[in-house]
Ligand binder design. Structure first.
Ligand code: BEZ
Ligand code: FE
Length: 284
C-alpha cells in the first residue's frame, strides 16, 4: 500500500552524480518511509517531530551541540564508532567525542595542572603513547578535557571560567611519555535543559554518565584516537546514558602518598594517580 510514493521518492535520486550520496539518501528515504508505515503518525505527530528537530537545531552552536547529544543518547554515535573505528588487537579503543571538545585549547608543559580552581581531589595522570610494536611515539599530541567535580565543563560556565578550565594540550617527550595534574573526575548528567532532556524524561531514562577523562591522541603516521578513560568503581559504568563504556577503558585511580612525587608535581598528600599506556595503530 502506498508503495508508489516510496518508489517515486527513490527514483528521484536516480540522477545524483555522487554515488555515495545517492546510496546514503536512498537508504534514508527507504528507512524513513518504512518508519512512517510502521508508526502511522498523525499529521500533528509528524509536525511535533519536526518541531523537536527544529528545536535541537536551535539549541546547537559552537558551545552546545544538541545534535551530538541526541545522536549519543540514541546509541547512534556508538554504532557508527563500532562500525567505522575498528582497531587492531592491542590498540587503544575509541568512544564518543561528546559535545564539549574545544579546538585549540592551550598547550601546556609536561606535568602542568589543568585545574584552574583546584576544587576536587588532586590527581596525577601519567602515561605513554606507543605504536603497536611498543615503539615510543615522541611529540604525540594529547587533547585532554573533563568536567569539574560539580559535573560541569568550563564551556557551560563561561562567566566562572572565561579562560578555560580542566582542559589542555600536551605533547609526549622523547620517550613517548606525558604527565599532567588534574582533579579526580565525577559522574555527571548530560545537559537536560534542552529538547534531548525532554526526550530522556519522556522515555523514563536517567541522564548520567560515569566519571571519565576525555582524550584525543594524534601522532604523525598513526590513526587518531578519540577516547575516554573511565574511573573504575564509578557509578553508572553499567548504565552510561550514551552507552560509551568499553571494558578496556576502565582504569584505576590509586591513592598515593609518595613525598618525592608530591613535591615534584606540587600535589597535596594524599593524591590519586592514574598511569596509562595508549597504543596507536598505524595509518592505513
Ligand atoms: C561528554 O562526555 O562530555 C558527553 C558525551 C555525550 C553527551 C553529552 C556529554
Ligand atoms: Fe564528558
Amino acid at each position: 500500500m502506498n508503495e508508489h510514493i516510496t518508489l517515486e521518492a527513490i527514483a528521484r535520486l536516480e540522477d545524483a552524480p555522487d554515488a555515495r550520496f545517492k546510496a546514503v539518501m536512498t537508504s534514508v528515504v527507504k528507512h524513513l518511509h518504512e518508519m512512517v508505515r510502521e508508526v502511522e503518525p498523525t499529521m500533528a505527530e509528524w509536525e511535533q517531530a519536526i518541531r523537536f528537530l527544529t528545536e535541537v537545531g536551535h539549541w546547537s552552536d559552537d558551545k552546545r551541540q544538541e545534535f551530538i547529544i541526541l545522536s549519543d543518547t540514541l546509541g547512534i554515535t556508538m554504532l557508527v564508532d563500532a562500525i567505522s573505528n575498528q582497531k587492531p588487537e592491542g590498540a587503544t579503543e575509541t568512544t564518543v567525542l561528546g559535545p564539549f571538545f574545544v579546538e585549540d585549547a592551550k598547550s601546556l608543559p609536561y606535568g602542568a595542572n589543568i585545574s584552574e580552581s583546584g576544587d576536587g581531589e588532586a590527581t596525577l595522570v601519567t602515561g605513554s603513547v606507543s605504536g603497536l610494536d611498543g615503539e615510543p611515539l615522541s611529540n604525540a599530541r594529547l587533547d585532554v578535557w573533563q568536567a569539574g567535580p560539580d559535573g560541569f565543563y568550563d564551556v557551560q560556565q563561561p562567566n566562572k571560567f572565561p579562560n578555560g578550565n580542566l582542559r589542555g594540550v600536551f605533547h609526549t617527550d622523547e620517550a613517548g611519555r606525558f604527565a599532567f595534574c588534574t582533579v579526580k573526575p565525577a559522574p555527571y548528567p548530560v545537559p537536560t535543559d534542552g529538547p534531548v532532556g525532554r526526550m530522556l524524561l519522556a522515555a523514563g531514562r536517567h541522564a548520567w554518565r560515569p566519571a571519565h577523562l576525555h582524550f584525543i591522541i594524534t601522532a604523525d603516521g598513526y590513526q587518531r584516537v578519540t577516547t575516554h578513560l573511565f574511573v573504575s568503581g564509578s557509578e553508572y559504568l553499567d548504565g552510561d546514558v550514551v552507552q560509551a563504556v568499553k571494558a578496556s577503558l576502565i582504569v584505576d585511580f590509586t591513592q598515593c602518598d609518595d613525598p618525592d612525587e608530591s613535591t615534584r608535581f606540587n600535589l597535596p598528600i594524599p593524591y590519586f594517580k592514574l598511569d596509562h599506556q595508549f597504543v596507536l595503530a598505524p595509518e592505513i
